[in-house]
Design a binder for this molecule. Sequence first.
Ligand code: GDP
Ligand code: ADP
Length: 190
Amino acid sequence: MSKGRLIVLTGPSGVGKGTLLKSLLQRHKDDLFLSVSATTRSPRPGEVDGKNYHFVTRPQFERMVAQGEFLEWAEFAGNCYGTPRKPVEEKIRSGKWVILEIELDGARQIRRSFPSALQIFIAPPSMVELEARIRGRAQDPEAAILRRLQRAWEEIEAAGEFDIQIVNDDLERALGEIEIALFEPVAAVC
Ligand SMILES: Nc1nc2c(ncn2[C@@H]2O[C@H](COP(=O)(O)OP(=O)(O)O)[C@@H](O)[C@H]2O)c(=O)[nH]1
Ligand SMILES: Nc1ncnc2c1ncn2[C@@H]1O[C@H](COP(=O)(O)OP(=O)(O)O)[C@@H](O)[C@H]1O
């Protein structure tokens, strides 16, 4: 049986993490499992409970924190997000590769608790393009967009903490780079 593995994907809101992951998971259905987070954020149009997120109330989220149900959790732009511990641990134990699509604080927590996790940072081609993508998605109120853009600067400054940085300019090229990072590790240089 193959060995389980944890992969963290982080990057500012609107950079294209969800878009990249959708294609990646379609191409590698049998190899990769995406963790479904819990959040107190309201569902966006089209988002499905249990598929995109587990949508919970703040008291429910706080109870889950108190009961140690999260592998990591953080507050982002006024809402809480957390990775349910049990499904991730079960998948890893059964030899699966699990991807966490999480923000910077969560990635830092995972770095401490799972130092062997591969940490990938997705960067935008520019801040102008990032803002255009968040606005083009047209799914967040103005206040949420502004909070995400403000936070984006801090996240981009921390890109160097990650094992790999990939610029999502051309989607196919960025996907190819993620696939190389996951499936074609560079041979050790003697
Ligand atoms: N720490 C942490 N961050 C998460 C989790 N789930 C999602 N996030 C991050 O929370 C941020 C906001 O997510 P979301 O509201 O879906 O907005 P979007 O990134 O603009 O699509 C993103 O950076 C996600 O990667 C989680 O379980 N833990
Ligand atoms: N390489 C790319 N070039 C142009 N637009 C992109 C690219 N990747 C993603 N997008 C668009 O940017 C917007 C934000 O992408 P999304 O995957 O929702 O970002 P995130 O999950 O990081 O918040 C979407 O409208 C998506 O279609």
